[in-house]
Design a protein around this ligand. Structure first.
Ligand SMILES: NC(=O)c1ccc[n+]([C@@H]2O[C@H](COP(=O)([O-])OP(=O)(O)OC[C@H]3O[C@@H](n4cnc5c(N)ncnc54)[C@H](OP(=O)(O)O)[C@@H]3O)[C@@H](O)[C@H]2O)c1
Length: 324
C-alpha cells in the first residue's frame, strides 16, 4: 500500500480510502451489502494496508457506521476514521439534520456511539447548510475538537466561494478550519478542476474525491451500465451527467486503453485519479473483494502524459452535479 499525507494534517492515509456507503443494509438501497457480506471486505481492506475509511450517519441510516466500528474493533488506533453529518436522520425531527450547533453536537454523539468510538479522526459536513451561518457551524466543529470528539474536520461538496468563505471565517475567528474537501470528481465529471481544486491546492487542503468510478459508469462499457443491480437501481448514477457531452467517448477510450495495457476499465479510471497531483485518496466504493484488490493493484499502473491527455480530450463541461 502507498500512503500519503492528507493535506496539511500531518496524518498519513492510504492512497485508497474505502467508501462504506456500500455497507449497511439492503433495506436502505438494494445494492448495499448487509453486515455478514460487508465484514470480509472490510477485513480484506485492512489486510491490504488500507487505513482510511469513509462513512456517514445517513448511510443505511446509521448501519454503515455501526458495521465499520465493529470491523475496526481492536485496531482502532491504526485507522483513520471519517464520517459525515448534515442530512436529516429522523423525518419527524428537523433538528436531526443541518449544521446548527444542536444538530452537529447531537448527530456527532450518535455517530460516535454507533461507531463505538470516543473520537473520529475526520468529521465532515456532508453539504452546505443554507439556514445556518457558517460561523455557527465552525464554532460547533471547533468545540468538538476541543472536547476531543473530533481530531480534524472537513467539508464535502459545495461551491468554491462557500469553501473560501469558510476558510476565511475560521481564520478571522481564530478557529480550526476545514482540512479536507470530499468532492465529486472523476474522468466523466471534472467541473471541480475549474475553481475547487486550485483553491484546495493553494490552501493545503486534502482532496478525497467521491464516486471516483462514476458509480460504476467508468468500470464497464456504457451500453452495459445497467447490467448490475447497482447500475439498474442506483438513481443517482442516472441523475449525474456521466453519459452526457463527451462521457460516452471517454468510456470508450477507457476501454481502449485498458485493453492495450491488459488491465480493467476501473483500474485505468482510478490510475487517472492517482496521477492527479491535487488528489490525496479517492474514496472507492465496492461490494467485492476482487474489485477491492483490483483497485489496490491500480496504484502500480503508470499512465504517460499522452495517455492522460487522450482520456481527458473528449470532456466537455456539464452542469454542476452533486450539490446546489
Ligand atoms: N460526499 C458525498 O456526497 C458522497 C457521495 C457519494 C459517495 N460518497 C463516498 O464515496 C464512496 C464511493 O462512492 P461510490 O460507491 O458512488 O463510488 P464509485 O467507487 O465511483 O463506484 C462504485 C461502483 O463501481 C464499481 N466498482 C468498484 N471497483 C470496481 C472494480 N475494480 N471493477 C469493477 N467495478 C468496480 C462498484 O461495483 P461493485 O460493488 O460490484 O464492486 C460500484 O458499482 C462511498 O462509499 C461514500 O463513502 C460520498
Amino acid at each position: 500500500m502507498e500512503y500519503t499525507t492528507l493535506g496539511d494534517t500531518g496524518m498519513e492515509v492510504s492512497r485508497i480510502c474505502l467508501g462504506c456507503m456500500s455497507f449497511g443494509s439492503s433495506d436502505w438501497r438494494e445494492w448495499v451489502l448487509d453486515e455478514d457480506e460487508s465484514m470480509p471486505i472490510l477485513d480484506r481492506a485492512i489486510d491490504l494496508g488500507i487505513n482510511f475509511f469513509d462513512t456517514a450517519n445517513m448511510y443505511s441510516r446509521g448501519e454503515s457506521e455501526r458495521i465499520l466500528g465493529k470491523a475496526l474493533e481492536g485496531r482502532r488506533d491504526e485507522m483513520v476514521v471519517a464520517t459525515k453529518g448534515y442530512f436529516q436522520m429522523d423525518e419527524t425531527d428537523p433538528n436531526s439534520g443541518g449544521l446548527s450547533r444542536k444538530a452537529i453536537e447531537q448527530e456527532l454523539d450518535n455517530s460516535l456511539s454507533r461507531l463505538g468510538m470516543d473520537t473520529v479522526d475526520l468529521y465532515q459536513t456532508h453539504r452546505w447548510d443554507k439556514e445556518t451561518p457558517i460561523d455557527v457551524t465552525l464554532r460547533a466543529l471547533d468545540d468538538a475538537v476541543r472536547r476531543e470528539n473530533v481530531r480534524y474536520f472537513g467539508a464535502s461538496s459545495m461551491w468554491a466561494h462557500q469553501f473560501a468563505e469558510s476558510l476565511h471565517t475560521s481564520e478571522r475567528l481564530g478557529l480550526d478550519r476545514f482540512v479536507t474537501m470530499q468532492n465529486h470528481y472523476n474522468l466523466v465529471y471534472r467541473e471541480e478542476e475549474r475553481e475547487m481544486l486550485p483553491l484546495c491546492d493553494k490552501e493545503g487542503i486534502g482532496v478525497v474525491p467521491w464516486s471516483p468510478l462514476a458509480r460504476g459508469y467508468l468500470t464497464r462499457p456504457h451500453e452495459e451500465f445497467e447490467d448490475t443491480t447497482r447500475g439498474k437501481t442506483d438513481d443517482y448514477a442516472h441523475e449525474h451527467p456521466y453519459a452526457d457531452n463527451g462521457g460516452a467517448e471517454i468510456n470508450e477510450r477507457v476501454q481502449e486503453l485498458a485493453a492495450q495495457k491488459g488491465v480493467t476499465m476501473a483500474q485505468i479510471s482510478l490510475a487517472w485519479l492517482f496521477h492527479k497531483e491535487e488528489v490525496d485518496a479517492p474514496i472507492v466504493g465496492t461490494t467485492s473483494i476482487e474489485h477491492l484488490e483490483a483497485a489496490v493493484e491500480a496504484l502500480d499502473i503508470s499512465l504517460s502524459s499522452g495517455d492522460m491527455a487522450y482520456l481527458e480530450e473528449p470532456y466537455e463541461p456539464v452542469p454542476v452535479s452533486g450539490h446546489q
